[in-house]
Design a protein around this ligand. Structure first.
Ligand code: NAD
Length: 423
């Protein structure tokens, strides 16, 4: 039915194809709600915008931007904005859909959305970056808002970009609207704990998974792909718990040190110039990263990184998906067959959106919490969600990914059913 719609049959390993296959796997566990499952396979709304700006050299450049609202049955759309040269509409659709599942998995009163602009931010000056952010915000301003859809940071976007987005939206509506984005600077309605929240959630869920596997974190060897906001914070927390970060990869290179990398020295270098400039480890091939001796693998870069071939190679017993969509479906099956436990993105990296929710609540009430309170609440929400997912996985004898989808999709489709179809 409706097979003329191009996004119904994407390639299997593309982000949207990966997401659709994950939905297909959960349908048998949805009981009577399966009737509504098609809802999950279609974004509610997708906006493509032209973002023209005058560059510093006087030329005019056009960038393509997107905002996709996948599902808002349970509340306003929520999801980050990515600046990357490979951003496509289909990728943003998949990222928005994973947000729908993620917000439901941790039971936040949000739906799922995502945005992006196809550009390489490293090639833009600060002035150009500000212009592109402001024009994009203005263009998507017709569908975002504190009660409708609330963007946040993602790959290559940060608190400064959120401040420009908040200011632009506020100028257009004629009043300061702090609740329109999360991940803002602290003095502009941001929340304590937001910067580290996603990495912290990876750590909290990973620590519990390791405990259940009988894997002692003290001395455990960890390989991390992607050393930005998510990867570097998760690495720091695992290192504090006694683990050794033996391999790290970013877009500039891969380094290995079997005794454990010195993170205090590595993090500032990685932030400035990328890992390739660090001399405290051995530089290895990109592909060699995937079979380094390790106990835990943390993909924290982009989608589609764990292919079938890499899933066959990995020596890890536990995979913690910091990134969104890092494992293609065929690799998921191989990891399951090989007995490698995967804590899926839709619960593993939900710490960021959980503290974004806290930020949004604090903005609305204009009352701000201290960091301890944030971290205690974050840990509690993540642990409750993970335990429920684990029970579901044990009951049906399914993977944690399908169990997370089962818990989340039941909530989403129950909301859909109770609201009924309009008109
Ligand atoms: P970031 O921009 O801070 O860091 C991205 C990292 O990935 C960088 O170290 C970069 O060098 C590396 N990278 C990019 N391309 C690579 C490649 N081809 N090979 C190896 N490394 C590569 O981004 P982030 O916020 O840390 O996000 C990372 C992942 O986590 C994304 O999938 C994002 O969607 C997901 N995520 C982020 C958040 C958040 O709060 N920031 C929340 C949930 C999920």
């Amino acid at each position: 039915m409706n097979s003329e719609i191009s996004y119904v049959h994407p390639s299997a390993d593309s982000p949207w194809g990966t997401y659709l296959s994950q939905v297909d796997r959960v349908v048998p566990y949805l009981g009577g709600l399966a009737r509504w499952a098609e809802t999950l396979k279609r974004p509610k709304r997708a906006l493509i915008v032209d973002v023209p700006i005058e560059m510093d050299d006087g030329t005019v450049a056009h960038f393509e931007g997107y905002r996709v609202q996948h599902n808002m049955s349970r509340g306003p759309g929520k999801g980050g904005v990515r600046f990357h040269p490979q951003v496509t509409l289909e990728e943003v659709m998949a990222l928005s859909a994973w947000m729908t599942v993620k917000t439901a998995a941790v039971n936040l009163p949000f739906g799922g959305a995502k945005g992006g602009i196809r550009l390489d931010p490293k090639k833009l000056s600060q002035n150009e970056l500000e212009k592109v952010t402001r024009r994009y915000t203005s263009e998507i301003g017709i569908i975002i808002g504190p009660n409708t859809d609330i963007p946040a940071p993602d790959v290559n976007t940060n608190a400064q970009i959120m401040a420009w987005m908040m200011d632009t939206y506020s100028m257009n509506v004629g009043g300061t609207a702090t609740g329109v984005v999360t991940g803002k600077p602290l003095h502009l309605g941001g929340s304590l704990g937001r910067v580290k929240a996603t990495g912290r959630g990876v750590f909290v869920t990973g620590r519990e998974a390791a405990r259940r596997l009988g894997l002692d974190l003290r001395g455990a060897r960890i390989a991390v792909q992607g050393f930005g906001n998510v990867g570097s914070v998760a690495a720091e927390l695992f290192a504090e718990a006694g683990a050794r970060i033996v391999a790290v990869q970013d877009h500039t290179g891969t380094i290995f040190n079997g005794d454990g990398l010195d993170l205090a020295a590595l993090i500032p270098v990685a932030r400035e110039d990328g890992l390739a400039g660090f001399n405290g480890g051995k530089v290895i091939d990109t592909e060699a990263f995937w079979d380094v001796p390790c106990d835990i693998l943390i993909p924290a870069a982009l989608e589609g990184q764990i292919t079938a071939e890499r899933a066959l190679k990995t020596q890890a017993k536990l995979v913690l998906e910091g990134a969104n969509g890092p494992t293609v479906p065929a690799a998921d099956d191989i990891l399951a067959e090989r007995g490698v436990l995967v804590v899926p993105d839709v619960i593993c990296n939900a710490g960021g959106v959980t503290v974004s929710y806290f930020e949004w609540v604090q903005d609305f009430s204009s009352f701000f919490w201290d960091e301890d309170e944030i971290n205690v609440r974050l840990d509690r929400i993540m642990m409750n969600a993970l335990n429920q997912i684990w029970d579901t996985a044990d009951r049906h004898k399914i993977t944690l990914r399908t169990a997370t989808f089962a818990v989340a999709c039941e909530r989403i489709l129950m909301a859909r059913q109770e609201r009924g179809l309009y008109p």
